[in-house]
Write a protein that binds this ligand. Sequence first.
Ligand SMILES: NC(=O)c1ccc[n+]([C@@H]2O[C@H](COP(=O)([O-])OP(=O)(O)OC[C@H]3O[C@@H](n4cnc5c(N)ncnc54)[C@H](OP(=O)(O)O)[C@@H]3O)[C@@H](O)[C@H]2O)c1
Length: 232
Amino acid sequence: MSSLSGKVAIVTGASKGLGRAIATRLARGGALVVAAARSKEKLEQLQQEESQKIVSFPCDVTRATEVKALIDFTRERFGRLDILVNNAGIGRFGKVEDLSEDDWDQMMAVNLKGAFLACKYAIPHLKETEGHIVNISSIAGTESFAGGAGYCASKFGLMALSDALTLELKPHQVKVSTVCPGSIKTEFGRHKDYALEAEQVAETVWTIVSAPKGVIINQVRMRPLVPREYQK
Ligand SMILES: NC(=O)c1ccc[n+]([C@@H]2O[C@H](COP(=O)([O-])OP(=O)(O)OC[C@H]3O[C@@H](n4cnc5c(N)ncnc54)[C@H](OP(=O)(O)O)[C@@H]3O)[C@@H](O)[C@H]2O)c1
């Protein structure tokens, strides 16, 4: 069985939902994980549950000083950084004429600028370890829908960031992967009862980061299989 023993990972948005599942999966797969989000108490609970493998670090990914502090802390505490999972994300939905400017700005700040900042400060360390960036996008980063303009724009932007990073980092042996899930059973928003489990998406992230050294899984799109009774 493959293992991430000796590897150090950062997972953003790890206080709940998919990020929590990814942090747990990577830790159980042998990595030391720095779990970042704003909710200090939820992070501390996660740290207690996986006490030997997960260290919490409160961080708002929209603030450059906090993101830099997260990367510096990881490097100083563990001496290296191998994997960065940009998972923190928010969704605000509504037609363009109804969406507030603040909702638009927040989505861009968390979903897009947050990933940019984390990559910016992590890349020098990932070059040293020939590491890996995994960006959590969405099917909404590949197809737009009415009422999703701001969210889709932020996730399409994340796809562009991933593509450019893939080319910039290829010469340095740093892998870049993007995961585009459909609906997941988290607190993120309404979902059908057949939506993906966070653990199923986390398992995909595990498969991506534990791929053989010479293999890059660039992009994964995954959706729940809609049961017959829900199909028109
Ligand atoms: N759920 C879905 O159906 C679905 C589908 C496709 C893609 N995704 C993507 O999957 C990712 C995870 O979503 P989820 O479903 O797990 O949502 P969730 O349960 O609402 O969790 C979102 C996470 O992001 C963190 N976060 C939000 N703002 C942050 C900020 N400014 N700084 C740091 N962390 C922040 C939250 O922590 P704090 O509040 O503690 O900061 C939380 O840990 C997102 O990127 C989302 O776009 C979700």
